[in-house]
Design a protein around this ligand. Structure first.
Ligand SMILES: Cc1ncc(COP(=O)(O)O)c(C=O)c1O
Length: 386
């Protein structure tokens, strides 16, 4: 169903701004929790995708846990109502204050990415007389076939610990009474739309489990990370990702052992489709060979196209005239500030309202003030009273 935008209300607001359709978010949360409950899977929302306090609070109320990658995210998650026992903390460079915060708040687990990090967590936990629960983030050497900036599970990536080092890591954990090994953590990348890379992940996970059980190590939890992609080309016909298919493939290839919890950390698939960046056309500019639509939003509000060559559907909300072809660009003084080239858009005029769709994930949260710009406004469909 085509998403409706309250254009008359938009006309009273300063652009650019993010607009969240809370109905889409609620439906997505309902789908992910229903499907996860069928398999008794545990979902930690990846806060990095969107840390807006209102969005976080809706997600925490739906009963999801939080996957955090910084002390700031842990604080934001706690403030939004996520219970500490449902917070996990990943990241290749955890600072001491962030580790101390996790220890003080008794978060559920540290997903550890290196031996030096283990040593620091071990020492800081010992100093507090605590035992830190540890999951080892394994680099499974699986190529997610996604953009190279969002692939994380190959040998060349900075993330995780290589499988060959597993014995050293376990010995290190054993050497600290302040550390307890509770699980394994994997994450191969983001915006994964084919299921085949996940199959490569299961092979590694099953192999590793077999090896650990020979060493008489039982893992309480296996965390398969996030990565499920969304349909950027068809946000109206596919507003809710196929969580059913995603979980079923894990169920099929990775049968959990009795007493073992399976965890996931979806980010994009939870919040991607509920958000749009709303912007106004400043100018329609005739070039020599092309025509440009210059928006009042740029990569300072939505960096994904400049950063990852990402695609977003672009709609002219103000025009139902026949389509023309435009390069849609922002006002930032950088030549990479382009949202789309040769984009078909209903004929555009100065002042038209433009929606950049599927911008709920890695959108607002990455907004910046380069060029001394203001951060974008934020409005929600259920409270846009003006
Ligand atoms: C460790 C980890 N978990 C979860 C996620 C969320 O991924 P996605 O938004 O693709 O679901 C990421 C994203 O980079 C990640 O690094």
């Amino acid at each position: 169903m085509k998403q409706q935008f309250p254009l008359e209300k938009f006309k009273q607001l300063q652009t650019p701004f993010y607009y969240y359709d809370m109905d889409v978010l609620e439906k997505t949360l309902e789908a992910v929790t229903n499907e996860a409950n069928k398999h008794n899977y545990h979902i930690h929302y990846a806060v990095k995708a969107n840390a807006n306090p209102r969005i976080l609070s809706v997600i925490s109320k739906a009963g999801l846990g939080a996957d955090c990658v910084s002390g700031g995210e842990i604080q934001a998650a706690l403030k939004a109502g996520f219970p500490a026992e449902k917070i996990v903390f990943a990241g290749v460079g955890k600072a001491d204050w962030e580790i101390n915060l996790g220890l003080d708040e008794n978060i559920s687990c540290f997903n550890v990415e290196s031996i030096p990090e283990l040593e620091v967590i071990g020492e800081l936990a010992a100093a507090k007389g605590k035992v830190a629960r540890i999951a080892i983030r394994i680099n499974p050497e699986v190529d997610a076939h996604t953009h190279h900036h969002i692939t994380t599970g190959t040998k060349e990536d900075k993330f995780g610990i290589n499988i060959e080092q597993i014995d050293k890591v376990i010995d290190k954990i054993d050497s600290f009474s302040s550390l307890k090994l509770t699980g394994m953590h994997f994450h191969i990348g983001s915006q994964i739309t084919e299921m085949e890379p996940f199959a490569g992940l299961f092979v590694k996970a099953v192999e590793l489990e077999r090896y650990l059980s020979q060493r008489r190590i039982f893992l309480e939890n296996i965390n398969f990370g996030g990565g499920l992609g969304i349909d950027y080309k068809h946000p109206d016909s596919n507003p809710v990702p196929d969580f059913k298919a995603w979980f079923e493939i894990f169920r099929k290839y990775f049968p959990a052992r009795p007493g073992q919890q399976v965890h996931f950390e979806p980010g994009r698939s939870i919040v991607g489709q509920c958000g749009s960046l709303i912007s106004k056309v400043l100018y329609v500019k005739e070039g020599v060979f092309k025509r440009f639509v210059v928006l009042d939003a740029g990569f300072t509000e939505l960096i994904r196209p400049a950063f990852y060559d990402a695609y977003h559907e672009i709609e002219n909300l103000s025009s139902d005239e026949t389509q023309d072809i435009y390069d849609v660009v922002g006002p930032i003084c950088e030549s990479s500030d382009i949202f789309a080239k040769a984009c078909k858009l209903n004929k555009a005029h100065r002042g038209d309202y433009i929606a950049l769709r599927s911008a709920g994930a890695y959108g607002e949260v990455m907004a910046m003030q380069y060029n001394c710009r203001k951060l974008p406004g934020v409005y929600f469909s259920d409270s846009i009273e003006i």
